[in-house]
Write a protein that binds this ligand. Structure first.
Ligand code: MN
Length: 246
């Protein structure tokens, strides 16, 4: 994960985002038409705005890719998740994080939709916020933890980059805090979220072709290397501290 110094961007709190969402509806039990109540009063999940302009990550990630990735792909996950949630009273009362952390409790006929669309929504929301124009230096407790867990910061960085470059097909590379509060690096396929195995993702890299193909075509390795220059380490550190205290 190469890096360079830049000014601080605005930070968004992912956890705040992940725990908002579905809320209990007071009127739900008082009507014979709960879906009507849901449609009238429940706002559902929303596409979070990017914390920077679409062209702000250039030249590493180009404007057109960001526009399509955020405005079409991420919006699509939000829309499909809301459609799935609208079909289940149980899901209406669960936050996105609760759904993914308790995926076995999601009704079977909706489970794969929540894995794909809910995972897609959570993964991308994290992704936008762990990048920033100009990038940043690794810092804080997370940098220390990477060093102590993987032997050196560079060794951890190398492991992450390898996971991203060698993952077969669509998926994500992750730095997570596991159930024992230890760091782990691995990749997952499709939109599978580390939350489903009780892990809290603090840094993630989207290696779906839609994340890079317009600019990099088949050169995923070049995209991975360029992405290392736009990591928002202050946000990753905040994510780490939140995960360790949660
Ligand atoms: Mn994506």
């Amino acid at each position: 994960m190469p890096h360079k110094t830049a000014g601080q961007g605005e930070l968004m709190n992912r956890r705040n985002f992940l725990i908002q969402g579905s809320t209990a509806l007071a009127g739900l039990l008082l009507t014979n038409s709960p879906l009507r109540v849901y449609a009238d009063h429940h706002e559902g999940q929303k596409l979070p705005p990017l914390p920077y302009a679409y062209d702000a990550l250039e030249p590493h990630i180009d404007k057109r890719t960001m526009e399509i990735h955020h405005g079409k792909h991420h919006q699509g996950y939000v829309n499909k998740l809301n459609a799935a949630v609208a079909r289940s009273h149980d899901l209406m009362h669960m936050s996105l994080e609760q759904m993914l952390r308790n995926i076995d409790k999601v009704p079977k006929h909706l489970r794969q939709s929540v894995i794909n669309s809910g995972g897609g929504h959570a993964n991308h929301t994290l992704f936008w916020n762990i990048m920033k124009p100009g990038g940043s230096e690794p810092m804080g407790k997370v940098a220390e933890a990477i060093q102590s867990t993987f032997g050196s910061f560079d060794a951890g960085s190398e492991m992450f980059v390898k996971a991203a470059k060698t993952h077969f097909g669509s998926g994500w590379a992750w730095l997570v805090v596991d159930e024992n509060k230890k760091l782990q690096i691995y990749s997952t396929s499709n939109q599978d979220s580390p939350l489903m195995q009780g892990h809290t993702p603090i840094l993630g890299l989207d290696v779906w072709e839609h994340a890079y193909y317009l600019n990099y075509q088949n050169r995923r390795a070049d995209y991975v290397d360029a992405w290392g220059k736009i990591i928002n380490w202050e946000q990753v550190n905040s994510n780490y501290i939140a995960a360790m205290s949660g």
